[in-house]
Design a protein around this ligand. Structure first.
Ligand code: HEC
Length: 150
């Protein structure tokens, strides 16, 4: 007897195959979500100050010049790990003072060097930004973006 594929066999392969790959897709999506939420970010360490800092970061559009964890503009340095590079990631007060000192010294006016504008921020906003950048430094980005300059 000649082997033929019946219409119902073809339909079963279509639906079975579709279902199989939809399940794989859903499984991978759940895995990514779980991995990002529970393993690599530290949602439990999102204090009010970190959240405030994120809002300050957005309000002043720091991302228009900087990248954060590799996303953003390439005019100015990546700052996701700036506190680690500055060596102040184990001390929130030092992080705050260093960031504030840096920001208050802007713009440097040094010719031929890219300039960062001055921002009028409150103590709380500087503190928030420092805490936010400390927090981004705790995200496990698996070494991305490669950045050990500074
Ligand atoms: C108009 C572009 C611009 C904007 C907007 C901007 N920056 Fe910058 N930023 C720079 C430049 C340019 C530098 C490097 C200056 C230098 O090295 O002299 C810099 C450097 C820094 C550094 C030091 C980075 C390092 O690796 O040493 C930090 C931290 C920083 N900026 C934070 C911020 C924050 C926070 C905001 C938003 C409130 C912001 N910047 C907005 C241009 C900008």
């Amino acid at each position: 007897m000649r082997e033929v594929m019946t219409k119902s066999m073809a339909r079963n392969i279509f639906y079975g195959g579709s279902l199989f790959f939809i399940l794989i897709f859903v499984g991978l999506t759940m895995h990514s979500h779980r991995y990002i939420v529970t393993t690599s970010t530290n949602a439990e360490t999102l204090t009010e100050s970190v959240v405030l800092g994120k809002h300050v970061w957005e309000k002043h559009a720091c991302i228009n010049c900087h990248s954060l964890l590799g996303e953003g503009a390439y005019f100015a340095p990546e700052v996701g790990n700036v506190m680690i590079r500055w060596g102040v990631d184990d001390d929130p007060d030092a992080a705050y003072e260093t960031l504030r000192g840096w920001m208050e010294a802007m713009p440097t006016g040094i010719e031929g060097r890219r300039q960062m504008p001055a921002f009028e921020l409150t103590d709380e906003e500087y503190r928030g930004l420092a805490d936010f950048l400390l927090w981004t430094g705790t995200i496990d980005t698996q070494g991305w973006p490669p950045n050990d300059a500074g």
